[in-house]
Ligand binder design. Structure first.
Ligand SMILES: [Zn+2]
Length: 195
C-alpha cells in the first residue's frame, strides 16, 4: 500500500512542517530576547531636558560678520564653536529626536481603537525608536542605551557643555515647553553600554 497519497499522510506531513516552523520561530524568539538581554546597570542620574531651540542649543540667527542681515542662517552663539554655522545635528552627527513607543505600545493597549489611525496616519511611528540623550562620553560612549522612567528608552548621541560626570544626562524633547516641564529630576536609570 502506498501511503503518499493518503489524507493521513498529508496531514502528518503538514503537522511535521508546522512543528518545525514553530520550533524555528521559538528558537529565533529565544535568540532575539537573549541577544537583547544584556544586563543593564542601574544608577541614580540627575536628568535635565533640552530641545533644539536657540536657548537650549546656543544658536542665534544671523552673523555679525554680515551685520545680522542673513537672519535666515543659524550660527553657534556660545562655546568653542562660536560663530560657526549651526547644523542642528548632535555631536555624533545624527538628528535629535524624542523616543517613540512604536505601534505595540502601552497606548495601543489602553486605547486599542486608535490603532488603525496610528497605522494610517503615523506609519513611521510603527517601530519603537530611542530618544536622544546627551551625556559625558568619557563615561558613556555614543551608542550607550538608557531607560529613564517617564522618558523611555534613549541612546547617547550628544554632548553638552554642562553635562559632565557619570551622573548627569540631558534628555532631548521636541518642544521647549516639554523640556521645561521635565525640569530636573533624580531618577534610577538603567544603562546598557554598547558592545
Ligand atoms: Zn529649548
Amino acid at each position: 500500500m502506498k501511503e503518499d497519497g493518503s489524507i493521513h499522510h498529508i496531514f502528518f506531513r503538514y503537522t511535521q512542517v508546522y512543528q518545525k516552523c514553530l520550533f524555528f520561530f521559538l528558537l529565533m524568539l529565544c535568540l532575539f530576547l537573549g541577544g537583547c538581554a544584556k544586563k543593564p546597570v542601574s544608577r541614580m542620574m540627575e536628568t535635565t531636558a533640552y530641545c533644539g531651540c536657540s536657548w537650549c542649543c546656543s544658536w542665534e540667527r544671523g552673523s555679525w560678520a554680515y551685520l545680522k542681515l542673513d537672519f535666515w542662517n543659524r550660527y553657534v552663539s556660545k562655546g568653542k564653536g562660536a560663530g560657526r554655522s549651526y547644523t542642528g545635528r548632535t555631536a555624533s552627527g545624527t538628528y535629535p529626536r524624542e523616543p517613540q513607543e512604536g505601534f505595540f505600545s502601552l497606548d495601543s493597549i489602553q486605547r486599542p481603537w486608535v490603532m488603525p489611525f496610528r497605522l494610517i496616519f503615523f506609519p513611521w511611528y510603527f517601530l519603537p525608536e530611542d530618544g536622544t540623550i546627551a551625556a559625558d562620553t568619557k563615561y558613556y560612549p555614543f551608542g550607550t542605551r538608557m531607560y529613564i522612567p517617564g522618558y523611555g528608552w534613549g541612546v547617547v548621541e550628544d554632548r553638552g557643555g554642562a553635562i559632565n560626570g557619570p551622573n548627569r544626562i540631558d534628555l532631548y524633547f521636541d518642544s521647549h515647553a516639554d523640556a521645561l516641564q521635565w525640569g530636573r529630576r533624580k531618577l534610577p536609570t538603567s544603562i546598557i553600554k554598547p558592545n
